[in-house]
Design a protein around this ligand. Structure first.
Ligand SMILES: Cc1cc2nc3c(=O)[nH]c(=O)nc-3n(C[C@H](O)[C@H](O)[C@H](O)COP(=O)(O)O)c2cc1C
Length: 340
């Protein structure tokens, strides 16, 4: 019998869908969610997701193979919809028989969902509004992640608690919905499960796990930080459709403001197309995150982190984090009075 009877009962549809022991996804984090962290999450009973980010098809090919060598448990691949080689990346996933593909970063382009389903994989989508969520679930999305603005990385404008109240009553009965953003402890997981979520997705809480290859400077910055240090970037030019990013405040935060001014200048002086301008901004983030995660430059790099960073105080093995989360969730559900 499971130690987590109550949690597992509420997670059942999520675990059936993912094929994992617990319905806890570790959301893809560019540069962080590679073979080591992804396999550790899946081996600990969660569901790891490789962050393809700006990888070339060749690099993704190698990363999937290397992850597979470290775990025989299921894991997914997160693809950014605006990647110029999206369809080649999908082919690579097909070649390896990847079972779950997460499409992030915007509305999936025409044909992408079909291309994924053609090799039998499940498609997980994100949606910022209920109307779009319904549309994506009608047109092939198998599960939905709703992600609030407490999260680390690219964010929308609405908090997780409000999204959960808007989306779950409308969708949870018929569809599989996972909740992300600001989850640091299992009590919060219990709450979202009771509202109808089939599982959750966390990023910040796992970013500094022992198995994470993030530079020790990056990890130390997380351990020192409080919730209020994880701030959203500001948009300096109303014409530039910059998606806000939540990260720890540092010099890089200011550099991003300067970068936006530079790109806005190119739009004015050289007629740079908006799509290209947005791509330049995204390349900037990928480079800045790499500087912090891989090189340990925590001054100028981007320390993407969610508000739950205040609950990350020390390096812990993934298995311990998962055990804590599940234990807290189960204890919280056990405290609810049982009807006579
Ligand atoms: C360092 C970092 C990098 C991230 N990179 C990506 C990414 O490449 N693609 C993506 O879909 N989400 C990305 N995210 C979001 C996570 O997948 C996840 O949804 C989020 O961290 C959940 O919220 P939390 O940080 O409050 O736990 C990133 C988050 C962090 C903290």
């Amino acid at each position: 019998m499971s130690h987590y009877n109550r949690s597992h009962a509420l997670m059942q549809r999520g675990t059936d869908f993912l094929g994992s022991e617990h319905a806890i996804l570790c959301g893809a984090m560019s540069w962080v969610s590679e073979r080591n962290l992804v396999s550790a999450i899946s081996n600990a009973g969660g569901f790891g997701v490789i962050a393809c980010g700006a990888m070339t098809p060749d690099l993704l090919d190698g990363e999937i193979a290397a992850t597979r060598a470290l775990t025989d448990k299921p894991f997914g691949v997160n693809l950014i919809t605006m990647h110029p080689n999206l369809f080649e990346l999908i082919e690579i996933c097909g070649k390896h028989g990847v079972t779950h593909v997460v499409l992030a970063g915007g509305i999936p382009p025409k044909g992408s969902v079909e291309a994924i389903k053609a090799f039998g994989a499940k498609v997980i989508v994100f949606a910022p509004t209920l109307a779009l969520a319904k549309k994506l679930l009608r047109s092939g999305g198998d599960a939905l992640v709703i992600e609030g603005m407490e999260a680390g990385g690219h964010i929308g404008p609405v908090s997780t608690s409000v999204l959960a109240q808007e989306f779950l009553p409308a969708l949870a009965e018929e569809h599989l919905v996972f909740v992300a953003g600001g989850i640091g402890r299992g009590e919060a997981i219990a709450g979202y499960l009771e509202m109808g979520a089939v599982g959750v997705q966390l990023g910040t809480r796992f970013a500094c796990a022992t198995e994470s290859i993030a530079h020790e400077n990056f990890k130390k910055a997380f351990f020192r930080a409080n919730a209020r240090d994880a701030v959203a970037s500001v948009q300096v030019d109303p014409r530039l459709p910059v998606i806000p990013v939540r990260a720890l405040k540092n010099k890089g935060t200011e550099e991003f403001t300067a970068k936006q001014r530079e790109v806005a200048g190119l739009v004015d002086s050289e007629g740079l197309a908006m799509m290209e301008a947005q791509l330049q901004i995204e390349h900037y983030w990928a480079g800045a995150l790499r500087r912090a995660v891989v090189d340990g430059d925590v001054e100028n790099g981007s320390l993407m982190a969610g508000q739950s960073v205040g609950m990350v105080k020390a390096e812990e093995p993934v298995a311990d984090i998962v055990t804590s989360l599940m234990g807290e969730c189960e204890a919280a559900l056990g405290r609810r009075p049982v009807a006579a």
